[in-house]
Design a protein around this ligand. Structure first.
Ligand code: KG4
Length: 340
């Protein structure tokens, strides 16, 4: 095992973590949510600038909390993608600078691999497994036969599920990010609004969210035009049933077809209480184990990047300092990046 320092800056959280032989010694996260809230979404240019301001502060805090010296770190792991290009650059440049100055190996980590491996903080991953990656930027079903072996078997053909929660929340006048407010309102509501059940693309386990989003927006506008009140709780319930229903249905179908031992939830939307409840109910009696991440690792952090870093360190999976970011990096290329 090793001491790994990890950096994450792919969206609106600047994060630095340090692990030593699997033990998390520091996990510093500086979130920018309050800044982006007034725009109703992440402003990429502002996000990059804030990462530049925050990265050294987070680094210093992580070193102070862990009492580890940079000289004693074995490797620097960093999110290389996917994410916002300017944001990724800040983290990668910081990681490369440390790697060069202290002569440490550099480990490129896929952001979603991080979300999946965050679950190792609560238990062992058992293969084959199906990972349900649901966040503001991604909606993917990832099949894993073994460690670091990722195969995307289903994905969204348009919007990500979290993005859809955020847009629907906005049209309902709820704060950003909209996932939690919708989750809370839905608990008080009834499924009274008729919304379309989107027919996803060609793939058997694909998702589609743009039609559902547009249907809610149109319905809300029509109600307002007719001077009718929008029942926010009921709209949230009706929307959540369809949006989360799609995740649950596709996941259960794929899990059974692929005969997996575990279903692992990952990403910001995995905090959704209805998703957690529904998945627990559906796996009952199937023999499949459901792994639900603790809430602290459903949001972006560097502890999860460090976990993947540990696995890659064992493989000597080190990148040259010429490495660049990839905002569209595919998870199935995590291991092939340095083999081509
Ligand atoms: O993984 P994440 O922190 O950021 C990335 O997209 O990388 O996910 C953020 C997303 C947002 O769209 C947010 O609205 C959603 O996760 N979210 C939720 C809940 N909490 C956060 N969506 C549904 N229900 C929730 N309780």
């Amino acid at each position: 095992m090793a001491k790994i320092l990890a950096i994450e800056s792919s969206c609106d959280e600047t994060a630095v973590a340090i692990v030593d032989d699997g033990k998390l010694l520091a996990n510093v996260v500086a979130t920018q949510i309050a800044v982006h809230e007034k725009f109703g979404g992440v402003m990429p240019e502002i996000a990059s600038r804030l990462h530049s301001e925050n990265i050294t502060v987070c680094l210093q805090q992580a070193l102070d909390e862990s009492k580890v010296r940079l000289e004693d770190i074995d490797a620097i792991a960093v999110t290389r993608g996917p994410g916002l290009i300017g944001c990724l650059h800040v983290g990668l440049q910081a990681a490369k600078t440390l790697a060069m100055l202290y002569d440490k190996p550099l480990i490129p980590v896929h952001h979603l691999a991080g979300h999946i491996y965050a679950n190792e903080y609560i238990g062992e991953l058992k293969f084959p497994l199906l990972c349900v990656v649901v966040s503001g930027g991604n909606t993917e079903l990832v099949y894993m036969k073994d460690h670091l072996d990722f195969e995307i078997i289903g994905s969204t053909t348009d919007d990500a599920v979290g993005e859809c929660f955020d847009k629907v929340a906005r049209v309902l006048g709820l704060p950003y990010p909209g996932g939690l407010p919708i989750d809370l309102h839905a608990k008080q509501g009834k499924h009274t609004y008729d919304l379309p059940h989107p027919n996803a693309g060609a793939g058997k386990y694909d998702f589609s969210y743009s039609g559902l989003k547009t249907a809610v927006i149109n319905l809300v506008h029509n109600l307002k035009m007719r001077g009718e009140a929008v029942r926010v709780d009921d709209m949230a319930r009706s929307f959540e049933d369809v949006a989360i229903g799609m995740v649950v249905d596709n996941s259960m179908r794929a899990a059974k077809d692929y005969k997996v031992r575990q279903i692992v939830l990952a990403g910001g939307v995995s905090a959704n209480s209805y998703l957690r409840e529904q998945m627990k109910e559906k796996v009952g009696g199937t023999g499949i184990e459901l792994v639900v991440p603790p809430l602290w690792c459903t949001t972006d952090n560097a502890a999860m990047i460090a976990k993947v870093g540990e696995h890659l360190y064992k493989l000597n999976y080190f990148a040259p300092l010429s490495l660049g970011v990839d905002p569209n990096w595919k998870i199935d290329d995590q291991l092939t990046l340095l083999k081509n």
